[in-house]
Design a protein around this ligand. Structure first.
Ligand code: BGC
Length: 628
């Protein structure tokens, strides 16, 4: 380990020096441009050059051309070329492009889509997490992109939160154990300790810049409300929510995104103590801090005041998808009138430049000639094998009776349920579209759960009508794939009252127009058809293996009671075949619950005193080896 440090130190020092020298040449307008991150739909390459823009992002589902890697490479090449023109008004500083590759490079058609984090939590396999990071990085680079807004290090404490699936676990120890490995995987670095001690670890040639999000306490909001308020004293905040960031910073994570939520009533985007004092001070974070989508506007009535609050709180780069012109004008004015000190601007820009040097951006050629661009690895068989392994290891067996598993390949198996043959639904949110998609057409490559079963058991039959007239003379067993439809962020919240708050995140404005997913965690209420299918088949004497596709643990008492075996499959992603690998006994079930499983909705959160409401505890998961 000390060897790594000795090799790393001169490089980090040299990179920091290059950043300082470049900063010294920059005008205020060039500095403020570096701090600005518009969304691709709202900025052209010519505007990137004219306004000295430092970064551009794609919001979920915002994709160029026909949405193939080549379209992305062409887009990034144009932004890059504009950013690299040099004359007496413009400095050549390469643009850093950011995407939400949170379970593979999921915006792009044909990408390998990994299980969402909740499923990875079930695997308890940190080596696998690092390999997934490396694989994802290669598919991001294939699109000419350098930065992913991942990993999400949320410790979700209430499954009503619509982003529960982005969380590895309710257990901070598990999230912490993964934080280190996913950062190293994505950044292709092994510079342990460099992030704190010596600056920033470099990003390997096959790595991308990672972004730990959302700082901090996003998973702890009261009642699981997205962008809500996390009420906790400082000790609890550290123990539950800050701990994973310590590991990510140690691993050298280059960027951190601020949470749209609040801590004890104070918005994180304006929280100087959390950003300047804790993150950059006490934890020694040397990379840069980016705001979340429109996270600044809600801070104050006047946008200019909000900008001052956020900049002085320590935000370095501003995700201002549409309002980037107003942002530039507001921050420029704030600096001119002394409301934001020049030292704060210099600190922000130095951090941004340091990251750009540390990730090798200045040394990488233009996107269209980079070795990784348009790489054959994108959506390759080799990458899909990693995802398939993750699916296998993520499955948690919650109930098993009568030795129904493993299923016999020559058995007559009826396959039913809305999620059986739907690659979109099994991928969930943040796949091709921000809110995800339903159906098979837009998940190019991969297999639905049904397609995997069909390949394993040639006599299996898909019954789209739920097998209404099937009986035991025709079938030995049924696999019924039930669960949720895709969603993202607040639109996935379970709320007993109130619409999803508009105005921040990717939500269009318009109070009251946006409805959360539902008002209960009970699957039988949300999707009554699922229970009817399970019960209908069970009543005719066919043993039912229920497979739940969902972004969180749900109240499924009735479905459990009616089925012979019950598997939590989370949101497995594009490689549905991994489910068949385990159902037919090629591999045993090894997944263990990353969240405790509720018996009832009231008190489903992980607050102390809710143990009596837990049906299966954290860590629960049956194995066939043990029950045979
Ligand atoms: C989300 C972030 C995401 C960003 C960019 C926001 O709405 O909260 O997690 O990285 O959008 O798409």
């Amino acid at each position: 380990m000390s060897g790594t440090k000795r090799v790393g130190l001169p490089h980090t020092a040299e990179r920091a020096e290059r950043a300082r020298r470049l900063l010294a040449r920059m005008t205020p307008a060039q500095k403020i441009g570096q701090m600005t991150q518009p969304e691709r739909l709202h900025i052209t390459p010519a505007q990137v050059r004219a306004h000295h823009i430092g970064s551009v992002l794609s919001g979920g589902g915002s994709t160029p051309g026909r949405n193939r890697p080549a379209d992305w490479v062409a887009m990034n090449d144009a932004y890059w070329a504009a950013s690299m023109e040099e004359d007496d008004r413009h400095l050549a500083i390469p643009i850093l492009y950011g995407v939400d590759a949170i379970h593979g490079n999921g915006n792009v058609l044909g990408a390998t889509i990994f299980p969402h984090n909740i499923g990875l939590g079930a695997t308890r396999d940190a080596d696998l997490i690092e390999r997934i990071g490396r694989t994802t990085a290669r598919e991001v680079l294939a699109a000419g992109v350098d930065w992913t807004f991942a990993p999400t290090l949320a410790v979700a404490r209430d499954p009503r939160w619509g982003r529960t699936y982005e969380s590895y676990s309710e257990d901070p120890a598990l999230v912490t154990a993964y934080a280190d490995r996913i950062v190293k995987g994505l950044q292709h670095s092994n510079g342990r300790g460099e992030g704190v001690a010596a600056g920033l670890a470099g990003v390997g040639p096959e790595g991308v810049v990672a972004c730990a999000k959302h700082w901090v306490g996003d998973g702890g909001t009261a009642a699981g409300v997205d962008q809500g308020d996390t009420r906790a004293d400082e000790d609890e905040l550290h123990r539950l929510h800050i701990a994973p960031y310590v590991a990510a910073i140690e691993a050298g994570v280059h960027t951190v995104m601020v949470s749209l939520s609040a801590w004890n009533g104070e918005k994180c985007h304006a929280h100087r103590q959390l950003i300047q004092d804790v993150l950059k001070g006490r934890l020694g974070f040397r990379g840069f801090v980016v705001s979340d989508w429109n996270g600044v506007e809600p801070l104050a009535r006047a946008y200019d005041d909000a900008i001052v609050m956020a900049a002085n709180a320590g935000i370095d780069m501003f995700m201002v998808p549409e309002s980037w012109r107003e942002f530039i004008a507001g921050l420029t004015h704030a600096v001119e009138r002394g409301a934001v000190p020049m030292e704060r601007i210099d600190d922000a820009v130095e951090r941004i430049l340091r990251v750009k040097f540390a990730c090798g951006l200045f040394d990488r050629p233009r996107p269209r000639v980079r070795p990784g661009s348009n790489g054959d690895c994108f959506g390759s068989r080799e990458h899909r094998e990693v995802a398939r392994e993750a699916v296998r290891k993520s499955l948690v067996l919650l109930k098993h009776e009568g030795g129904v598993l493993p299923l016999d390949r020559s058995a007559r198996i009826l396959v039913a349920g809305r999620n059986a043959h739907d690659r979109g639904r099994q991928c969930g949110g943040f796949t091709v579209e921000w809110q995800g998609v339903s159906g098979n057409d837009r998940i190019v490559g991969g297999t639905s759960i049904w397609e995997g079963i069909r390949a394993a058991a040639p006599r299996a039959q898909l019954c789209t009508n739920g097998g209404a007239r099937a009986d035991t003379a025709d079938f030995d067993a049924a696999i019924v794939v039930i669960g949720e439809r895709p969603y993202a962020e607040g639109l996935g919240d379970i709320r007993e009252e109130g619409p999803v708050r508009a105005g921040a995140s990717n939500l269009p404005p318009g109070p009251g127009a946006l409805r959360p997913y539902g008002d209960t965690l009970e699957l039988a209420t949300l999707h009554a058809g699922d229970l009817r299918t399970v019960r209908g088949l069970a009543a005719r004497g066919i043993p039912v293996v229920a497979v739940l596709v969902s972004g969180r643990p749900m109240v499924v008492n009735d479905e459990l009671a009616a089925s012979t075996a019950f598997v939590a499959a989370w949101l497995p992603g594009s490689e549905g075949v991994g489910v068949a690998d385990v159902l037919f006994g090629d591999h045993d079930f090894t997944g263990r619950l990353p969240f405790s499983w509720p018996r009832e909705m009231r008190g489903a959160n992980s607050a102390p005193g809710n143990d009596g409401r837990v049906l299966f505890p954290l860590g629960y998961g049956l194995r066939l080896g043990a029950v045979e």
